[in-house]
Design a protein. Sequence first.
Length: 271
Amino acid sequence: MKLDLHIHTTASDGQYTPAEIAAKAEQLKLSVFAITDHDTVAGIAEGREAAKRLGIRMIPGIEISTFYKEEIHMLGYHIEETNQALISQCEAFASEREGRGRRVCDYLNGIGIAVDWDEILEIAAGANISRPHFAAYLQKHGYVTERKEAFKKYLDTPEFHSATDRKLQTPCEAIDLIHAAGGKAVLAHPGLLHMPLEEQRELILRCREHGLDGLECHYGKHTDEQTAHYLDLAKELGLIVTAGSDYHGEKVKPDVQMGMEVNMDDLEPGL
């Protein structure tokens, strides 16, 4: 089965509009795809309409940034994007992201990199301000040759995070928000967590007790060993298994392609 349940659009930090993502999904003959923009549901309606026109199945989703010892991302699937609690929280997320964006400007200016806030807004084109927009700016103005270098040198250092990070929800708060909007909560790309496997298990168990529905076992940057480990863990704990590439577009993440081939047996119970 070819699908992709982790895709970003121009509503957050992706390269393509929701309609363009739907068209790509149809061209790639995906059985199903999900739009999971960071901290926003702004792209869902456009994606749904395009998917309907093209006769392809789309799952409405979101990816919420949370924090417990480190940044942890929680995916929400089958959410109702008109849910008022979700809309209000997304508005709060947007405000927090703008505040962080201004802190990023101050930080970069403070280390000798002249950043024009108005140009950052132009790059974001109405989406929530995020680090890839600053990476694009740094590349455009010759501070780095590729966006990955921007993160390594400037946008993902301890000094950067200390000066700019915003206060995030806890994973359990994100689970509550997703459930309030009628969705299912799935821990994103657990293999990217820095904490040891024993601490990961404790985190997953704690989230499961709070209602966690699933694990993103199939992920483009998981090793075969990691995939097998999380599949076993999901089976043990009775969690849904999902699969996603974390696609943002070639200009944002050139090493990530849209669509994944997954054994149907691995996706039971599915969404």
